[in-house]
Each structure stands twice: as C-alpha cells, then as structure tokens.
Design a protein around this ligand. Structure first.
Ligand code: NIG
Ligand code: FE
Length: 399
C-alpha cells in the first residue's frame, strides 16, 4: 500500500461527482487550507489540513490551488500530414466545407494518414498528448476517423492503444467521412465488418459518427448506431456543426453518451439535450479557428443540460493543444461561468466518456489532480496562453 498526504493546498476546489446539469454545474466545493490523502492512486480522504491524520509520506505542494485533473472528451490527436495549406486558403475566405467538398480538408488528412504505420502514427501523436497533459488533461479521448479504409482505421486504433501505455487514453471509433463512391456498401461494411472487428478486439469503447451534409445522413447514423449498440459499444455523435439535420435528436433518443459540436443547434436541439441524459459537448476551439458561431453553452445550461468542454484537437478545425485553453475559451465564447467551465472540463467531460470514477476530488475516485502555479483556482479559466498548471498528478503520481 502506498499512501501520500498532500498538504500546502491554499484552496481545494471541486465539483461533486457527476454528471452535473443546469444550475448544479455552478456548485463547487471550496476547502481553504486543505489536505488530500491518496492511497494506492485513489482519494482516501479530503478536508481541512488541521483535521488530517498524519500519513507515512507527506508531500507539501507549497501553498497553491488544487483542482481535479481535466478530462478532454473529444480529440482527433492521431493524424499524419498537415493542413497548413487549408489554413492559408481559409485566411483569404475559402470556407472549410468547400475545401472538404473539393476533396481536400479531412480527405487530405485521410490520404496522409493512410500512408503511415502504427508506430509512425503513435510517434506523431505522443507530443500532442504531452501538450494536452501539461495543460491539465489527465484523461484524453482519441478518435480514429482519418482511416476511411478499414485497415487504416484499425491502424489508427492500434496507434491509440499504443499511446495508452504512457497516457490515460479512451479510444473511440469515428465513422468520419463516406467514400466518394459506394457509400451504401461502405456503411454496410462499417456495420457488418468494421464494428464487429473493433468490438471483438476491444479497440474502442464507443462509436462516433460525423452527421453532416458533407458526411453521414441521420438515417446512415441510425444504421451505424444500431450496429454499434448490438456489439456493446457506447454511442457518440458529431452533430450540428454546420447544419442541424436531426442527429442530435436521434442521439438523445437512443441514449448516446454525448453529442459534440452544436454550433448550429437551436431551440429544438437544446430542448432535446436538456430532456435527455446525453452530455452536450462544446468545442470552442472550432469557433475560434473556423470562425463559426459559438455553440449555445449558456442556453444549454439554462435549459438544464449537462455541458462538457473539449479541445477537439485536430489538424483542420481546431489545432488547439491545450485542454485548459478550451476551458478558458468556453467562458469567453460560450458564456459559461468559471465554475461551470471547471465542471464542464472535469466530471461532465468524464460522463461524456461514460466514466464515473474521475473528475471530482471525492473519496473513492481516482486521484487525478492539478497543482496550479498560484493560490487562486480561477487562474485556470482566466489564463490565455500562459499555462497556469504547475504539476499534473495521475493516480496520485506525476506521470
Ligand atoms: O470535429 N467535423 C468533423 N471532424 C473534425 C474535424 C476534422 C478535420 O477537419 O480534420 C471536427 O471538427
Ligand atoms: Fe471532432
């Protein structure tokens, strides 16, 4: 048994174990001059330092704020090639959707990723994951989706599995873009071949679909969801990025873990999310990078939804290598309060991955936490471009 008592905590700040919805997202517990006891990677006790029992191994954090480790519930951190030419083209007004419709964008990342081996893909992703972790992410979801052909999708998932040896990673199979010809046969193959193989190999815990005009229809999404569910995989969805097609309503109706993006969501989609157990994941980096409208984070919370926030780290729509910055942007772009943003990036982000064992500093949960540089936790949602996270602890130790 290893036991460490962390002291020197000016403020320990945490949401309650989640998910938290609506106004409850603002209810944080704040303990001034706190201590945190970790036993075998799990939180064993938390409270005022004066009430802590002496432990074998004390660890003085030096008088700084402590918050839960962040969970990044949406990344595409594995890719090859780059999208620098797209970036330049967009800077002179060529829209993201037009680049994609012309065979570039996501399709160019697919071509580059198809050339790369499992080892090359994980080597490319490792520094990206290190950046996310240094910004505070103690758990990171990573999607496939730049594979298109099934062997390349499986290579991506194997690269994600290899990354799990150094990071706490949650793998998702993303059915991203249909082939330009034979999409019906492709969807059938996804349902009858790819999903069963991924499930049998335990290569992913969930299946995600990009439901959009340039990607999959609501009906195709329904077929893929049916197959995923039949194979015991959880469901996630990219929806309402450019057009509200009905994917959000479908996902809420079938109990998906989360619907992500939501930049084009309106009243019916907000109502569907608020009435369901599905987490609404907002991705403010996309709003910043593509100049899209902001997802209605404020309205979602006011309607009673559980909102999560993530980077969406990817080469095309969000080259955002900081989970902390995603949290900070949710305050500026989506109208969340600092407290709501912390809840969105911790317990609600964990719930968006189906995880209940992390995201809050509560007895029995994983001891994933951050020691900030200063004594006030609000530096975390406040700072833009200077990392307010000093130390990252995963299961009670520095990774
Ligand atoms: O979540 N919108 C679809 N997929 C990704 C972007 C992928 C890309 O542009 O490479 C997203 O934004
Ligand atoms: Fe995405």
């Amino acid at each position: 048994m290893t036991e460490t008592l962390f002291t020197g905590i000016s403020q320990l700040v945490t949401p309650s174990p989640g998910p938290q919805r609506g106004a409850a997202m603002r209810e944080l517990t704040v303990i001034e001059n706190a201590a945190l006891l970790v036993r075998d990677g799990v939180i064993a006790w938390v409270g005022p330092a004066g009430e802590a029992l002496a432990a074998t191994e004390p660890y003085d954090l030096g008088g700084v704020a402590v918050v839960p480790g962040l969970v990044d519930p949406h990344t595409h951190a594995v890719w090859a090639g780059d999208r620098l030419a797209d970036f330049e083209a967009r800077s002179v007004g060529v829209p993201y959707e037009r680049i994609l419709a012309g065979g570039g964008g996501i399709r160019s990342s697919i071509r580059a990723t198809a050339q790369a081996s499992v080892e090359e893909l994980s080597a490319l992703a490792r520094p990206r994951l290190t950046a996310l972790q240094q910004s505070g992410a103690t758990t990171t979801e990573i999607k496939s989706g730049y594979g298109l052909d099934f062997e390349a999708e499986l290579r991506m998932l194997r690269a994600i599995r290899a990354l799990g040896r150094g990071f706490s990673v949650v793998p998702t199979l993303l059915i991203h873009i249909p082939p330009t010809e034979g999409r019906e046969a492709y969807v059938r193959g996804v349902c009858e071949t790819l999903i069963p193989e991924v499930a049998a190999g335990q290569l992913a815990t969930a299946v995600d679909v990009f439901c959009e005009v340039e990607a999959f229809s609501v009906e195709e999404t329904r077929q893929i969801f049916t197959a995923a569910h039949a194979h015991g995989l959880r469901l996630k969805l990219h929806a309402d990025q450019f057009h509200a097609l009905g994917g959000t309503e479908l996902a809420c109706g079938v109990g998906a873990l989360s619907v992500d993006h939501l930049e084009a969501s309106g009243t019916p989609q907000i109502a569907a999310l608020a009435a369901s157990g599905t987490v609404a994941t907002i991705l403010p980096g996309v709003t910043l990078h593509l100049g899209l409208p902001a997802a209605p984070g404020r309205a979602l919370i006011d309607a009673g939804a559980a909102v999560a926030v993530g980077t969406d780290l990817n080469p095309g729509s969000a080259p955002l290598f900081s989970t902390q910055l995603a949290l900070a942007l949710a305050v500026r772009l989506n109208g969340l309060t600092p407290a709501e943003a912390l809840t969105a990036a911790t317990v609600n982000a964990a719930a968006a991955l189906g995880l209940r064992d992390r995201g809050a500093l509560s007895v029995g949960l994983r001891a994933d936490f951050l020691a900030l540089r200063g004594p006030d936790w609000r530096e975390l949602p406040y700072a833009l471009g200077m990392n307010p996270v000093r130390d990252v602890f995963v299961e009670g130790v520095k990774p």
